[in-house]
Design a protein around this ligand. Structure first.
Ligand SMILES: NC(=O)c1ccc[n+]([C@@H]2O[C@H](COP(=O)([O-])OP(=O)(O)OC[C@H]3O[C@@H](n4cnc5c(N)ncnc54)[C@H](OP(=O)(O)O)[C@@H]3O)[C@@H](O)[C@H]2O)c1
Length: 304
């Protein structure tokens, strides 16, 4: 592969950010810089220097990008707690929208491409699964902020890739417990878990998403792509399959309805992302739930 120069991974301490950095460092000829809001990287990666960057600071974004001079900026930073976004709207907007505006502005100045990650929560979940052409209609403030971030890029007149994904699962050092990790911990501790059986979608192995983003960068793609797992199932069904792969007691899993949780943010119910465009254009091969969970299991082994 030809060298395409410098890549800046923003939000590099998060789940996707770490996987992205891992894949970029492994066997590519990019010069990589990692950046996240914390003072230190969670993991030192050889040949990838780390800078502290809070994307809500316009000045810091300008300075960081002027210094790194990236050809590609991969934005993995976001406020991802959906209920916190509902109650802390100002902060959610600052991180999820203003931060992207600052990145886009600096990218324009330095002729960089922006690769950004959005969510199935831009849809209302009335008639999923969705294609890239379906009309977004977000229900929650998180969904609204992610849609606004897409619009920032689409109207910025810069080259960009927007990958919509959903229910990410995976393992990386120091990350917050995602749905799968929480389930594994709870079931292994023999705790009963109440899991919704009326939210449908395709859970996504985070390594698959990082791979697809790398393909999009390498192939110089532009536009919106849906990147998600192969199987469209309920959260309850996902939990049952996880129990099978991890040899846990499935009778600990109790099906419930979303409405009974009374969460601050409304969830799309019949969601799911159709990934055909990514499969055809990027050579993306989504993992089945069983395969994805086997990969996760191997990553959780102590020797990994
Ligand atoms: N997780 C999912 O199920 C899911 C589903 C659909 C879409 N997505 C999207 O996928 C992307 C990656 O998600 P993820 O699961 O990897 O999230 P994550 O693990 O929460 O990582 C996000 C990272 O961004 C950092 N960050 C927060 N505010 C920042 C700021 N002001 N400046 C710089 N960095 C900041 C976070 O630091 P702190 O942890 O210290 O705040 C964290 O390290 C996000 O755009 C998210 O919206 C995720």
């Amino acid at each position: 592969m030809d060298t395409i120069g410098r890549v800046l991974v923003v939000g590099s301490n998060g789940l996707l950010g770490q996987k992205m950095a891992e894949q970029l460092v492994r066997g590519t000829s990019y010069r990589i810089t990692l950046a996240s809001v914390e003072r230190e990287p969670v993991r030192e990666l050889e040949s990838a220097p780390y800078v502290q960057l809070d994307i809500t600071s316009h000045k810091s974004v300008r300075e960081c990008i002027a210094q790194v001079q990236p050809d590609v900026i991969i934005n993995c930073a976001a406020m991802t707690n959906v209920d916190a976004c509902e109650t802390e709207r100002e902060l959610a907007w600052k991180i999820n929208v203003s931060g992207v505006e600052y990145l886009a502005e600096a990218a324009k100045k330095h002729h960089a491409t922006v690769v950004h990650v959005s969510s199935d929560y831009v849809f209302d979940g009335k008639a999923g699964p969705y294609t890239e052409e379906d009309k977004p209609e977000p229900l929650s403030y998180y969904g609204k902020s992610k849609l606004a971030s897409e619009n920032v890029l689409l109207s910025a007149a810069i080259p960009s890739v927007i990958a919509r994904t959903m229910v990410l699962y995976g393992q990386a050092p120091g990350v917050k417990a995602n749905f799968a990790l929480w389930l594994i911990q709870s079931l292994q501790a023999r705790q009963t878990v109440r899991i919704v059986d009326d939210q449908v979608g395709n859970p996504t192995l985070v390594d698959d998403l990082a791979y697809a983003l790398l393909r999009a960068v390498e192939m110089g793609k532009r536009g919106i792509y849906h990147i998600a797992g192969r199987d469209i199932i309920t959260r309850y069904e996902f939990a049952l399959r996880l129990a099978q792969v991890f040899h846990c007691d499935a009778s600990l899993i109790v099906p419930i309805k979303t409405a009974s949780l009374k969460q601050p943010a409304v969830r799309p119910l019949k969601s799911g992302l159709i990934t055909l465009k990514a499969e055809v254009e990027l050579g993306y091969k989504p993992s089945s739930v069983e395969h994805g969970l086997e990969v996760l299991k191997s990553q959780l082994r102590p020797e990994h």
